[in-house]
Design a protein around this ligand. Structure first.
Ligand code: UN1
Length: 493
């Protein structure tokens, strides 16, 4: 049995009390991936102390030199892409073509962050007074606690860890308990890229250990991706302890289809959006809002194509949809199917566990479509994080946008139409951090801001240039070379 350790202060170490936990392949629960360190408070203390000590020197390494290491990390991700994709698929389920895309996002992020180390622009501005200069620059926050989910086990951590390091912070990273092997590979790659001991530390373990990181007084910043429930709890701790905190949480993303849309394109879009990653994306299309003039026709075509989706182990070439991540998630899908039926929505596809042949060995749930879902139903409102799509009828574009906005979340959104006026109205009026026109709700690119409004986020954006607003503080500098005391707002007016 393989054993996987923590990476603290440049060394691979077991959890202090020697405890471990097992992780299994969700496509075949007889396939045990290994024993992973089960970290507790002592391990957290050690990792945070290492990160705190390393910050003293790492912050002074010239940013472009830090960038050189990140570029190298990007090269290693690229070199290990095939091998790593299979490791990720084995532990979290999505097909290999998707895990390769996940790694590509990390490669893009690494190269982008490396380049930003030569920019990280500040601002200069005129002074109110003579012989005085005003400037401002970014500086690192300190020790960053980074906590992520299983569904993008390389991409999402890379969005946080790589810019954090680029900006001169040090990191304590807790990957999901359902994707710890990917976390181990992440650490291996940063080690090989030459990131010095203590600058990046990996702690494997379960959810409660995340709380210990957030509570630790020497952690200065928390960046979290995961459920809204947990995000809100971590946000409360950060409020109480006055930590900088960036939260990326749930979604209930809708795709709108107008009668003039290219239906083939819109169907491919919604199938990829709803059932890609088995619906386990915060950007997944979990609601489809169809204009009444094409409602019946579009549903007919959608069902026909959705029936052809191939379920299976993500390690098999032909698989389009993998398993859900664990038994609890399977149960959630079963429960929501029951809820949907009780609420009066009409089930037209799936709605049950898939057990044919080898599928019985894993947590497979059939791609599921409910139609005639109304805005008061739980199916319409709650994030399921599984392959369940709710379809709702809209009377007009305005009604479709209103339905899309009737939601506690605001991450991603999409509209399919050929009418440029309708597209721009949707872009303007949809309440979400991301709107796609004629493409699905998933597909964020590394160099653009990523994040959401309402219950999805707390005002931050990862990705692109905006991620540095999370991982840096501003220093404002006034330089007076007048040789006199110039009292601002007093002597000059
Ligand atoms: C997530 O679901 O947590 O746009 C991130 C996308 C991906 C990232 C999703 N590039 O769907």
């Amino acid at each position: 049995m393989s054993e996987f350790k923590n990476y603290i202060n440049g060394k691979w170490v077991p959890a202090k009390f020697g405890k471990t936990f097992k992780n299994i392949n969700p496509a075949n629960i007889e396939d045990i991936i290994g024993d992973f360190a089960f970290s507790e408070q002592e391990d957290v203390n050690e990792a945070v102390a290492a990160a705190k000590a390393a910050f003293k020197t790492w912050r002074l390494v010239p940013a472009p030199k830090r960038g050189d290491m990140l570029r190298k990390a990007g090269d290693i991700f690229n070199r290990r892409k095939e091998e790593l994709a299979r490791i990720m698929t084995r532990e979290m389920g999505k097909p290999v073509f998707e895990t390769k895309g996940d790694i590509q996002e990390a490669i893009d992020t690494a190269y982008y962050a490396a380049t930003e180390t030569r920019r990280l622009f500040g601002h200069t501005a005129p002074s109110e007074m003579s012989n005085k200069m005003n400037l401002s620059f970014r500086y690192p926050v300190g020790v960053c606690g980074i906590i992520t989910a299983f569904n993008f086990p390389i991409a999402v951590p890379s969005w946080k860890i790589l810019p954090a390091l680029a900006a001169g912070n040090t990191v304590v990273y807790k990957p999901s308990k359902d994707a710890p092997h990917s976390g181990v590979i992440f650490a291996e790659i940063l080690e090989e890229a030459g990131i010095p001991p203590g600058v990046f530390n990996l702690l494997l373990g379960k959810g409660s250990m995340g709380n210990m990181i957030v509570e630790h007084p020497d952690v200065n910043l928390i960046a979290f991706t995961g459920s809204t429930d947990i995000g809100f709890k971590l946000g409360e701790i950060c409020g109480r302890t006055n930590k900088k905190c960036s939260l990326e949480m749930g979604g209930k993303n809708a795709q709108i289809v107008m009668p003039d849309a290219n239906f083939d394109l819109a169907i491919d879009g919604v199938l990829w959006g709803a059932f890609g990653t088995t619906g386990q994306r915060c950007t997944a299309t979990s609601r489809l809002i169809i204009h009444k003039d094409c409602y019946d026709e579009f549903i007919g075509l959608l069902k026909e194509k959705a029936e052809t989706l191939r379920l299976g182990s993500g390690l098999e070439e032909s698989t389009q949809v993998g398993p859900v991540v664990h038994e609890q998630q399977l149960q959630t899908c079963i429960n929501y199917t029951k809820i949907g039926k009780e609420e009066g929505a009409k089930l037209i596809l799936g709605g049950e566990r898939a057990t044919d042949g080898n599928l019985a060995k894993g947590y497979f749930f059939k791609p599921t479509i409910f139609i005639d879902v109304t805005k008061d139903m739980r199916l319409f409102k709650e994030e399921i994080f599984g392959p369940i799509l709710s379809v709702t009828k809209a009377d007009s574009l305005e009604h479709a946008i209103e339905l899309q906005n009737t939601c506690d979340f605001g991450l991603s959104s999409s509209i399919y139409t050929k009418n440029v006026n309708d597209a721009f109205k949707a872009v303007r009026d949809i309440e979400a951090g991301i709107t796609y026109v004629n493409s699905p709700t998933i597909g964020a690119e590394a160099h653009m801001p990523f994040g959401g409004v309402k219950g999805t986020g707390n005002g931050h954006r990862e990705g692109g240039w905006t991620v540095f607003d999370i991982f840096t503080e501003w220093k404002t500098v006034y330089i007076d070379f007048s040789d006199t005391l110039q009292r601002a707002q007093i002597d000059n007016y």
